[in-house]
Design a protein around this ligand. Structure first.
Ligand SMILES: Cc1ncc(COP(=O)(O)O)c(C=O)c1O
Length: 384
């Protein structure tokens, strides 16, 4: 019943995705949620087709022992596909964890701050601020830069970073989901390991992983359902956790047990594997970078050309994943969200910290969804 997407030609899938045909054939809305967010339709269909009987096993992946051969193969294949897509060097371990990116706000300092007792943090929004405050419990934290002075509408430049040479690590958040800003450069920190929260832009563009000590991401935006957190850990950095670090929060434990110290989030890992297949068929992250840049450009150009709408994030710092915008009045914002929802564009209401609207256009949002949203914005602009 469902087409098996691995049997399709890469090009036709890519075209179908770009033209939004995959959406048009199904009774689905364009879901602009910031996360959990859209998953590729073909991934959902494939998972649906296998939900009661995975690969002839007579059971769902949800029902499978994580110690079974069948699941071990899913796990190993997913790890290998993830490594290949992001070109992750062999001296980095890929961990499939739980607890969300928020748990990494504690796990990171617990494992990393021991070296000098100090770390550098940049605050560019809500989540990097939570990470900064959490890290303060474990050591001396230097605020290397903050964009709070202008309500986080910009990303500090390299020259603005006040770096400490004795920091155990440097932490930043690559894409600020709530404020709609994204780092367009990789900070230069010399010998201090770079640690990065990539929850909301991982797999949307190539990353030179070798520049980083640790990368982590909650899966529920670009990768898989919520419940899975990925950590990419340079192996030599593990094993120096503070003595009171909970067993479950030690990178070393998880590396030694290949993420299976306890039961891992099996279903999410399986879906991640399908998402990786989908990305490979589209041409990988290099291709995805072009597609996502085009979608974001279309949307920002439409907003900038309008009379009513303002996109507050500064040019040069704007996120390609979360496009934040508003009108001059809250009533008009509400009207926009209401009418957009009725037209099939859902979850456009902005985060309560910022107000207005936010269109999260992660990897799985087809180009057609953004084109249609742009049409809707133009007609709303004309009629109000
Ligand atoms: C950039 C970023 N970091 C961290 C988090 C927190 O993630 P979680 O809910 O997985 O703990 C989020 C959630 O939206 C986020 O967008």
């Amino acid at each position: 019943m469902f087409p098996h997407f691995r049997t399709r030609k890469n090009k036709s899938l890519k075209k179908a995705y770009e033209r939004g045909i995959l959406m048009a054939t199904q009774d689905r809305v364009y879901n602009f949620s910031a996360g959990p967010s859209m998953l590729p339709l073909e991934v959902l269909q494939r998972a649906g087709s296998e939900i009661t009987n995975y690969g002839g096993s007579g059971m769902s992946v949800m029902e499978m022992s994580h110690r079974s051969k069948a699941f071990q193969k899913i796990f190993d294949d997913t790890q290998a596909k993830f490594r290949a897509l992001l070109n992750i060097p062999e001296n980095y371990k890929i961990l499939f964890l739980q607890g969300g990116a928020s748990t990494q706000f504690s796990m990171l300092p617990l494992n990393m701050i021991g070296k000098t007792g100090k770390a550098d943090y940049v605050v560019t929004g809500n989540f990097s601020n939570i990470a900064y405050k959490e890290a303060k419990k474990y050591g001396e934290i230097n605020l290397a830069a903050s964009s709070a002075d202008r309500n986080h509408v910009y990303i500090p430049a390299q020259e603005q970073l006040k770096l400490s040479s004795d920091a155990s690590y440097f932490h930043y958040c690559a894409n600020n989901t709530i404020y709609g800003t994204e780092w367009q450069y990789v900070p230069e920190t010399g010998n201090v390991p770079l640690c990065c929260d990539m929850s909301s832009n991982i797999m949307s563009r190539p990353v030179d992983v070798s520049k980083y000590g640790i990368i982590y991401a909650g899966a529920q935006k670009n990768l898989a359902p919520s419940g899975l957190t990925i950590a990419i850990v340079r192996e030599d950095l593990a094993g120096f956790e503070l003595p009171y670090t909970p067993l479950m929060m030690s990178y070393k434990t998880m590396i030694e047990k290949d993420s299976m110290y306890n039961t891992p989030p099996c279903w999410c890992i399986y879906i991640l594997g399908l998402v990786c297949d989908w990305l490979v068929d589209l041409g990988g992250v290099t291709e995805m970078e072009k597609v996502k840049a085009n979608k974001a450009k279309m949307l920002y150009e439409t907003l900038d050309a309008s009379r009513l709408f303002i996109a507050p994030a500064e040019v040069g710092s704007r996120s390609d994943m979360n496009v934040v915008f508003r009108t001059q009045s809250e009533e008009l914002d509400d009207k926009f969200v209401k009418e957009a929802t009725a037209a099939g564009f859902t979850t456009l209401k902005g985060h309560r910290n910022v107000g207005g609207m936010r269109a999260s256009i992660y990897n799985a949002m087809p180009t057609e969804g953004v084109e249609k949203l742009c049409d809707f914005i133009r007609s709303f602009d004309k009629n109000n």
